[in-house]
Write a protein that binds this ligand. Structure first.
Ligand code: OOG
Ligand code: MG
Length: 262
């Protein structure tokens, strides 16, 4: 670690303040070029503690930057991990208020719901298969606390990977009911199909993202708990949305989920 406790706490408060006040800043590594990957997760952990202290509950976990489309769009090259809060959950068919957000974007994802805990190191896709209860379509809502979503890997980890909302819906599907790598995803905005992808866009198979997450958490002495809801990462580049947009995701063999921005 390169930063001291006080700096980490200050950065967590800064990013948390941005989210609360709907304002964006330039990426924090501009001021702290020495900050390392561990510091970045320490800031994220601190933000989680602040939120839990305010009465929020953890609703799940998220993997991000797991597809080449996303890595290319955001100009980073390594998957990373964050958390989801209960207050981020949007009911299928529900509304998401844009005035609570800075500059929302959406992305299509395959969501894993776990029946058993997973702990790395050494987790592989077979372990993920046997620990998964079901998979289901999900739309993630992103809202980076950095101006124009301009960040690097360390800054985005500290900002909990731009997490701000998610909706899950469709048909809970056994993870081995179909080949998730060739499973097609179609994201529509106002009835118009805008981005198309297959599960393989996420590291060849979205279960790989879950194994990677278990291995990464394992390095920090943590695990994926039984019952966890996990976003495996956007399969395509994220799409900007605004008030009045209605969006829906259809996933082959798994139904779909839609939400409205108001
Ligand atoms: C960072 C969040 C990335 C994903 O699925 O790749 C993410 C961002 O793009 O703002 O959630
Ligand atoms: Mg995502």
């Amino acid at each position: 670690m390169k930063l001291n406790e006080q700096t980490i706490a200050g950065l967590a408060e800064l990013l948390e303040g941005c989210q609360m006040e709907r304002r964006s800043i330039t990426k924090i590594t501009d001021q702290h070029p020495d900050m390392d990957w561990e510091d970045a997760y320490a800031v994220q952990d601190r933000i989680r503690a602040i939120k839990l202290g305010r009465g929020h509950r953890i609703a799940g976990l998220k993997a991000g930057l797991t597809s080449h489309a996303k890595m290319k769009q955001m100009n980073v090259d390594t998957p990373c991990f964050g958390f989801l809060l209960d207050s981020y959950a949007i009911a299928p068919g529900g509304e998401c208020r844009v005035d609570a957000l800075i500059h929302p974007r959406i992305e299509p994802e395959i969501v894993f719901v776990m029946k058993k805990a997973l702990r790395g190191p050494g987790c592989h896709i077979g372990d993920v298969f046997s620990a998964t209860e079901y998979v289901i379509p999900g739309i993630e809502v992103l809202d980076s606390r950095y101006t124009d979503f301009k960040f690097d890997l360390r800054s985005v980890i500290a900002d909990n990977l731009s997490a701000s909302g998610f909706a899950i819906g469709g048909v809970p599907t056994r993870v081995d009911a179909q080949d998730l790598s060739t499973t097609g995803l179609v994201l529509e905005v106002n009835g118009r199909p805008v981005v198309f992808s297959a599960g393989a866009s996420v590291l060849g198979h979205p279960a790989t993202a879950i194994a990677m997450m278990a291995n990464e958490l394992g390095k920090r002495g943590q695990e994926i708990p039984a019952g966890a809801v996990i976003l495996s990462g956007g399969t395509t580049e994220a799409v900007a949305v605004r008030a009045g947009d209605s969006v829906s995701l259809r996933v082959h063999g798994m139904g779909g989920v839609g939400i409205c921005f108001v």
